[in-house]
Design a protein around this ligand. Structure first.
Ligand code: CP
Ligand code: NVA
Length: 313
């Protein structure tokens, strides 16, 4: 039995650097098999429940297709159609779903809901995005960076924009794996202090560096990767206009790209709002690796699911 079998993935802090490498290695192996048409039905007969309280394109499709390619099946459960949407407690939902399925993926607002689900589920729970974290995105991002640069240690990633769920998971995942991280965010929109503290703890182990600044130019200096995300996340639609003004000097555009290291690449978890957090020119330009990133959601999550749900690996 592998040491990740039966574990949850609520945050990348759930894993050691070695375990993260194990997941990324499994993901790369499965990606190779998929490209060669070699069957890899490691989860034959297994099922994954996917609870969505927010919209999704990539997460939904990559988990569903990934489970199918692994020989299992995934059920899409919109929270409005579940009794959960009418007030059935998360605790009961967790216990009942655990009697039917082999894993539960959930996308929701409050991170504590995912923790509550994991507490009462007897099968692995995977965080498919909360207001606080987006660990599966960053697993795919690390896979993409490793493919591009051939290594993770010593790469500098600069994130510009809102100190949000994606920024938080990048801070945790990158510092754990030895990448230097610089976050450039306006005052009032800096990352969560508790996440920062955890990321600083990771730097002590990995030897990487973490910089949090409100100066976008300082953040991107010598960066190998420039990363951005929407200025208003799901659930913050009412703040869209106000945020546009606050964040205007944090846009990723060709001027910002010029300040980074030569050969720097552009990343974005998508969906993107062209002309807001990123210019079209840069998003669609030759330095953009956003589609590789989006594709790797499939492979990274297959690696993750195989290890968490597949007892015979
Ligand atoms: N990046 C990401 O999680 O995309 P979706 O919201 O489309 O799932
Ligand atoms: N920060 C964004 C990420 C979307 C994948 C959001 O939470 O809406």
């Amino acid at each position: 039995m592998n040491n990740l079998y039966g574990r949850h993935c609520l945050t990348l802090q759930d894993f050691s650097a070695e375990e993260m490498n194990q997941i990324l290695g499994m993901a790369a192996g499965l990606k190779d098999k998929q490209s060669k048409g070699v069957t890899h039905q490691l989860l034959a007969g297994k099922t994954l429940a996917m609870i969505f309280q927010k919209p999704s394109t990539r997460t939904r499709v990559s988990f569903e297709v990934g489970m199918w390619q692994l020989g299992g099946m995934a059920l899409f459960l919109s929270s409005q159609e579940l009794q959960m949407g009418r007030g059935e407690p998360i605790k009961d939902t967790a216990a009942v779903l655990s009697r039917y399925v082999d894993g539960i993926m959930i996308r929701t607002f409050d991170h504590e809901e995912v923790e509550e689900l994991a507490l009462h589920a007897s099968v692995p729970v995977i965080n498919g995005l909360t207001d606080l974290l987006h660990p599966c995105q960053v697993l795919a991002d690390l896979m993409t960076i490793k493919e591009r640069f051939g290594r993770l240690k010593g790469i500098k990633l600069a994130y510009l924009g809102d100190g949000n769920n994606v920024a938080h998971s990048l801070m945790l995942g990158c510092t754990k794996m030895g990448l230097d991280v610089a976050v450039g965010a306006p005052p009032g929109y800096l990352p969560n202090a508790r996440i920062e503290e955890k990321a600083r703890g990771n730097t002590l182990e990995s030897g990487s560096r973490l910089l949090i600044t409100s100066d976008p130019l300082q953040a991107v200096e010598n960066a190998d990767v420039i990363y951005t995300d929407v200025w208003a996340s799901m659930g913050q639609e009412a703040e869209k206009q106000a945020r546009r003004e606050v964040f205007s000097s944090y846009q990723v555009n060709s001027g910002i790209l010029d300040m980074a290291a030569p050969g720097a690449v552009i990343m974005h978890c998508l969906p993107a709002y062209r002309g807001e957090e990123i210019s079209s020119e840069v998003l669609d330009g030759e330095r953009s690796i956003v589609l590789e990133q989006a594709e790797n959601r499939l492979h990274a999550q297959k690696g993750l699911m195989a290890l968490l749900i597949g007892e015979n690996l």
